[in-house]
Design a protein around this ligand. Structure first.
Ligand code: COA
Ligand code: MG
Length: 304
């Protein structure tokens, strides 16, 4: 998910070349206070001019939990766009923040076919701890035809600013909140989006951070520079070795079912590993991702 500063017409234009999965036109942190008005107009133009089909189009508004009127003005300008697909909501502190978007959508997007997807950004300790309650409350309103929560997103720098956590290159200090947020996302069937790698010129550090996020169960990652997109997509897709292993597990499991067994041993290198139902589920998820990424699924049925 690539952020594009809403105050930069040059970068908005450049974003049309990106094959990122989602473009987030930003009206918040990357836009100076005195440029908000001009940025709204530039973002609206960027939304409407974006070629279709293309990446999902999102806008990060200013936080309703902050200056209400700035967020309200953002929504008045961008919500009517028929090309708008998602809203990134920063600093979500309570369900009232989401209510503001739903109330506006009720007026400004009455007859629109597709509901908006809402990506909620966790930027404080209270936001993290209250998130299950916020999600449940929003769902209880039954307004999914207008907008629904699709993902949680971890905003590392704001989270550190709010909690006195000292950021290190090891990321050790962020393990708990990142893993906790990913767990909440999974508990509610939402996607989990990992933090920005601010070190945008260091490709090997980005690769390491992506691997770490994927291991924690994140589904994707935010990017701030176009050069980060390809590595993030590579890292969050299964590798050819992952796909081969998944195909072998699926095949071994299917064979074991034919033999009326729930678990079976599979040779892997010099060792033997046990394959059972949860491993089949992991393998099936990997194969589903591979299909989405149009990767070739090897035929392993003839392997010895
Ligand atoms: N979206 C679209 N285009 C971008 C871009 C972005 N996020 N970041 C850089 N580019 C473009 C540049 O305009 C430049 O285009 P050009 O080759 O046509 O001149 C090209 O990509 C290479 O950029 P580069 O010179 O390496 O970087 P920069 O110094 O121009 O910008 C940043 C560096 C960090 C300031 C910039 O990437 C940025 O503003 N990122 C987004 C920040 C943001 O949104 N933060 C809030 C979310 S956390
Ligand atoms: Mg921020």
């Amino acid at each position: 998910m690539l952020y594009v500063p809403g105050s930069s017409e040059k970068m908005i234009k450049k974003s049309q070349e990106s094959d990122s999965d989602c473009i987030i036109f930003d009206l918040e942190d990357s836009v100076a206070a005195h440029r908000k008005g001009a940025a709204r107009e530039a973002v609206l133009h960027g939304l409407n001019a974006a070629p279709r089909p293309g990446p999902e189009l999102a806008v990060r508004i200013n936080p309703p939990s902050g200056d209400h009127s700035i967020a309200s003005d953002d929504l008045d300008i961008i919500l009517p766009s028929r090309q708008l697909q998602a809203i990134v909501m920063p600093k979500v502190e309570s369900s009232d923040d989401v209510k503001m978007v739903l109330d506006k959508a009720e007026h400004l997007r009455q007859d629109y076919d597709a509901p908006l997807s809402l990506i909620l950004s966790v930027e404080s300790a209270a936001s993290l701890l209250n998130m299950p309650h916020i999600i449940e409350e929003v769902r209880s309103w039954g307004k999914g035809h207008l907008a629904f929560i699709s993902a949680l997103l971890f905003a590392s720098e704001d989270y550190c600013a709010a909690t006195s956590i000292i950021r290190t290159k090891s990321r050790r200090e962020l393990l708990f909140p990142r893993a906790h947020m990913a767990t909440i996302a999974k508990a509610y069937g939402l996607a989990a989006i990992d933090m920005v790698c601010v070190d945008y010129k260091d490709a090997s550090y980005l690769a390491e951070e992506c691997r770490d996020g994927r291991e924690l169960g994140f589904d994707g990652k935010q990017a701030i520079h176009p050069a980060q997109v390809a590595e993030i997509q590579r890292a969050f897709s299964p590798s050819e070795a992952d796909v081969l292993r998944a195909a072998r597990i699926k095949h071994a499991y299917e064979q074991s079912v034919k033999d009326h067994k729930g678990a079976v041993g599979m040779k892997e290198g010099d060792s033997m590993v046990m394959i059972d139902a949860p491993m089949l589920k992991q393998a099936s998820d990997t194969l589903a991702k591979a299909r989405i990424g149009k990767m070739k699924i090897p035929d392993v049925s003839t392997e010895a």
